[in-house]
Design a protein. Sequence first.
Length: 369
Amino acid sequence: MGDKLVQTNLANTLQLIADQGPDAFYKGPIAKTIVEASQKNGGLLQLSDFAQYKTREIRPLSCQYRGYLVETAPPPSGGGIALCEILDILSGYDMKALGLHTAPALQREIEAMRHAYSDRRSLGDPAFVHNPTQHLLDPAYAAQVRAHIPTDHAVPSASLTEGEATPEKHETTQFSVIDKNGLAISTTYTLNGWFGAKVIGGNTGFFLNDEMDDFSSKPGVPNMFGIVGSKANAIAPGKTPLSSMSPTIVSKNGKPVLIIGSPGGSRIPTIVLSVILGVVDYGLDIQQAIDLPRLHQQWLPEPVEVEAGALTPEVQSTLEHEGYSFAPHAPWGMPEGILVGGPKLGEKGDARYYGGFDRRHEGGGATGQ
């Protein structure tokens, strides 16, 4: 505490971008510096890799939940499809009646997560592969999944086939913003692992990412987050790897009511899910929903990861009797959210916007003016 870090090289890089615009990064001195550092250390980067890069604008993925429009990240993020598939499955249950973090409610959440993460295996960059998005988000498919989810015992992950009904890294940043006109943005960006590739791009002052790990470098083998991928997410020139980022805006009648997103690696969709369920189904305010203890199941590995306080002894005993196993885990995620109109969904408040941030970790915050 109290140490001062002066990032002169990073400041110089940002000044170059401010003065010269995007070309400073993609075609100018910054690209040249990174390429020289890469090639000096045996890397493969070339100036043409930067000069030829194009940003793609892709329409958000959308689904409905309890009468609300949920808009989130489309492929090449697999997070939005996972989130919407889970919501589609849970929409057929009365989660409020089942009760917050009761054994029946959590059993259904876990199985919805398991099916969605199993289906995630078939996804990849839409510029290279066909993603079965329409099928996975079809209400009829969600109904088929529900019909095959038992309510009294666990489904073995090995029994699931994608598309059929039958350790966190903190180098991701989330910010949720809404202005006085109601224009909202939810943004997630990442280096992937701790300090990315742990390599500074020459004298640029910033770390290079290690997003290559988000590809299925060897289909069927888990990456650093334990996610098992398929050939659809195999490495190819010009291809974007599948991620779990799920920046999300929930709206009603064309107006945003909830802006949410989080870091958390493969757990991002279930972090966002927890907040949405807390606000929409259980009537929590945004801070209470973010504070909820979390659990996570991603098809493989089999055990359900849980934060302290997510399960009462009675609930854990019931679920273990039904065949579930649990892996205690240190707190994860750092969602940042905004609720519009009142302290709780559908309530009128003294303020227009209500912010919430994750108090599990330092660095978050909510502010307005």
